[in-house]
Write a protein that binds this ligand. Structure first.
Ligand SMILES: Cc1ncc(COP(=O)(O)O)c(C=O)c1O
Length: 374
């Protein structure tokens, strides 16, 4: 037996040292966990940009119809969902790849296209998965400083030019956690200036909250653009895990080789199809978000708290002692998201909820701030 203090030289090493740089993905605190830890019953979760409206009632029906079929594998090609997606996006079925959530697609893209000799470029304060999937491939993860919390596209272009081995660029639009948005023209100019050997992954997870920012027309002009979307946010299916990518056929062919068989389950396929067909639900989600975002902005103004204007369903607010306030809110049954892991220690990210959720947040926050109880 080895003495415990000796380095264990027999440890199986990971494929790449960079894997050891990857911190496991931090999720928003689940409601069940808070209930267990703090014994609070009436919990409001505004931490993971989930839909506060649940999902379309047609989803329940679609899932119920599948319950007798659970012993059967799902359709590996997701044909029926892809057909509806093709109509909705005006893209051919061959351009669509389905994922077990859009995170699955982000990692499939890295696995399919990025090797340990390559570099991946993304922005500071951009969605945390981009650096993670690059490092898991052993690739160089190049984080470009943000400008006013958003992507600095000229600086990102310079980073690509300075690193001839750049294979992939990730852009979140709108960005999580900052909510910043890039214009179509800025994106068009950026992609135009890039070598066509660099794959640009445009992550539109929050597109339903800023429909004017739909950039799928880039796919008409550039074969090196991939758009990734999800059913986890406005469609309210986070618990089922479904996302999709739109790309050139050449990219989709690679993704389909990387993809695990049956990566989207039977209930998720049926639910996503029903959810997509109910665009009235999405209109209501958009309207609630727009009105409630405006209301939250007013309340933050009244509390003297700075925030970053957001094109999404969450908003980043600056608070002294953000982590202490986060814990004080937890004690009162309100879950928001601290942003320490993003290097934004003085900020909290709040998902826009229903009017009563937002009122509870603001009442609780005002109480905490006014009573100096942290
Ligand atoms: C920008 C962005 N992309 C992708 C995802 C992944 O979502 P999912 O895997 O649930 O589709 C998220 C989730 O928070 C996100 O914010």
């Amino acid at each position: 037996m080895q003495p415990t203090s000796a380095p264990n030289t027999n440890m199986v090493s990971p494929a790449f040292d960079s894997i050891l740089d990857v911190a496991p993905y931090q999720t928003g605190k689940p409601i069940e966990e808070l209930t267990r830890e703090y014994e609070v019953q009436d919990v409001v979760k505004l931490a993971s940009n989930e839909s506060p409206m649940g999902c379309s009632p047609y989803v329940t029906l679609a899932i119920t119809e599948q319950l007798g079929q659970l012993s059967r594998y799902p359709d590996n090609d997701g044909y029926e969902l892809k057909q509806v997606l093709a109509d909705f996006t005006q893209m051919p079925i061959t351009a669509i790849t389905l994922g077990n959530g859009s995170n699955d697609l982000l990692s499939m893209l890295a696995r399919g296209f990025v090797s340990a000799q390559d570099a991946v470029v993304y922005s500071q304060y951009a969605f945390v998965m981009y650096g993670m999937v690059a490092k898991l491939q052993g690739a160089a993860a190049i984080e470009v400083p943000a400008q006013r919390f958003g992507h600095d596209l000229p600086a990102m272009l310079a980073a690509v030019k300075a690193n001839a081995n750049t294979k992939m660029v990730f852009i979140a639009n709108p960005n999580n956690p900052t909510g910043t948005l890039l214009t179509h023209q800025a994106l068009f100019d950026f992609v135009s200036a890039l070598p066509s050997s660099v794959l640009v992954v445009l992550d539109e997870a929050y597109i339903e909250y800023s429909p004017e920012s739909n950039n799928s027309s880039l796919l008409d002009d550039f074969d090196n653009v991939v758009i990734v979307r999800t059913f986890s946010k406005a469609y309210g299916l986070a618990g089922l895990r479904v996302g999709y990518a739109l790309s050139s056929d050449a990219v989709a062919t690679v993704l389909n080789r990387v993809r695990q068989p049956f990566n989207v389950n039977r209930l998720a396929l049926a639910a996503a199809r029903a959810a997509l067909l109910d665009q009235d639900f999405i209109k209501r989600a958009y309207q609630n978000n727009k009105e409630q975002m405006r209301w939250l902005e007013k309340q933050f103004d009244a509390l003297g708290l700075a925030f970053v204007r957001s094109s999404s369903n969450f908003i980043m607010v600056e608070i002294t002692d953000a982590l202490a306030i986060y814990h004080a809110l937890l004690e009162q049954g309100v879950i928001v998201r601290p942003l320490v892991s993003y290097g934004l220690a003085g900020w909290l990210r709040v998902t826009v909820g229903l009017p009563e959720d937002n009122l509870r947040l603001i009442d609780t926050l005002s109480y905490i701030l006014n009573n100096d109880s942290v």
